[in-house]
Design a protein around this ligand. Structure first.
Ligand code: APR
Length: 309
């Protein structure tokens, strides 16, 4: 049986690290694509040369065009610009929308059955662009944000309580931005809600830190943004799809009335399997939680309305 094939568009920090994880786990052959000549080929070769030492047989190659990506099972989109000094959020939105539209159109042509995992920010708006550009159904356009945001929340909870991250689960809904909604009452250590394990003030402090998780790393790095945790989150989603594990993971998907939201990509728990987003898991939110979710969806709507038709 041939190995699965994953294309990663954007051979920058997130893309190359995700490619490394996928190949080194032996999960799929990986094609790295970037607009910069030599970059994906160079990183692909370097990663291939690590294979004998790591001990895997997955093929990793790099390309500047899309012919090499044909027949991919999954296409991960990480291409885009980082926000530069002097660039407004709206400038970034329009620039990255142009990049995502063009790469997705080309990738979808060569891999019409692929499942798209979108990583480029602003995430929820880029999912809209990817869906329109590909013409794919909502089951096959999935944004990576919730896995990362909840991984950050889990890290902070485990550190606070001095327990293993493995026994720590967290639930984060909403858009990938300042308005994301960490749900403490569904965040647990060995099944015990964290609200029973720490004070309300500490819960609020950890939720805040989670909301600012991306900015905290940017402030430390000074150039560039987080990539180890984002790449690990991409890997978890790719693995659940390729191995049809049906993991329940928070992802940005197009809502059609679920969580009282229509026509917007917002982060909710979904079942990820061989068909992509196989099911949305709906839970009943309290009035306060639903209000926070609505606010978050509103922030996504504002960005989407700024996208060119
Ligand atoms: N086609 C292909 N690749 C492109 C294109 C394009 N049209 N435009 C830009 N790229 C490539 C860049 O050349 C660069 O190698 O995308 C890559 C982005 O990599 P980095 O700048 O290292 O950014 P990274 O840290 O990987 O983040 C990528 O993920 O988490 C999000 O906010 C982050 O939107 C950003 C994305």
């Amino acid at each position: 049986m041939p190995r699965n094939k994953v294309t990663v568009i954007g051979a920058g920090n997130v893309g190359a690290t995700a490619a490394q994880r996928i190949a080194e786990a032996g999960l799929a052959d990986v094609v790295l694509v970037d607009i910069v000549e030599g970059l994906p080929q160079g990183k692909g070769l370097d990663l291939a040369e690590a294979a004998p030492v790591v001990g895997h047989d997955a093929r990793i190659t790099g390309a500047n065009d899309y012919a090499a990506t044909a027949g991919s099972d999954i296409v991960v989109v990480t291409s885009g610009l980082a926000r530069q000094p002097g660039m407004s959020r709206d400038d970034l939105l329009l620039k990255n929308a142009g990049i995502v539209r063009s790469v997705v159109q080309q990738a979808a042509k060569h891999s019409p059955k692929a499942i798209l995992i979108v990583v480029t920010n602003p995430l929820d708006a880029m999912c809209h662009v990817a869906m329109t550009a590909s013409g794919f159904p909502r089951q096959r356009v999935i944004g990576m944000a919730g896995v990362l945001d909840s991984a950050r929340f889990r890290t902070f909870i485990a550190q606070e309580l001095g327990v293993s991250v493995e026994d720590t689960h967290a639930f984060v809904l909403g858009g990938h931005g300042d308005t994301m909604v960490p749900l403490a009452r569904y965040s647990t250590v060995a099944g015990i809600p964290i609200t029973e394990l720490m004070s309300a003030e500490r819960v609020a402090a950890l939720e805040d830190r989670t909301r600012n998780g991306g900015a905290e790393v940017v402030a430390l790095l000074k150039t560039g943004s987080a990539y180890y945790a984002p790449a690990a989150a991409v890997f978890e989603m790719v693995e659940s799809i390729l191995l049809d594990r049906k993991r329940v993971l928070p992802c940005a998907v197009l809502l059609k009335g679920e969580y009282r939201t229509k026509g917007l990509f917002v982060g909710v728990p979904v079942v990820l399997g061989a068909k992509g987003m196989e099911r949305i898991v709906e839970i009943k939110l309290t009035t306060t939680e639903q209000a926070a979710f609505d606010r978050s969806a509103g922030a996504v709507r504002e960005l989407v309305e700024k996208l060119p038709a």
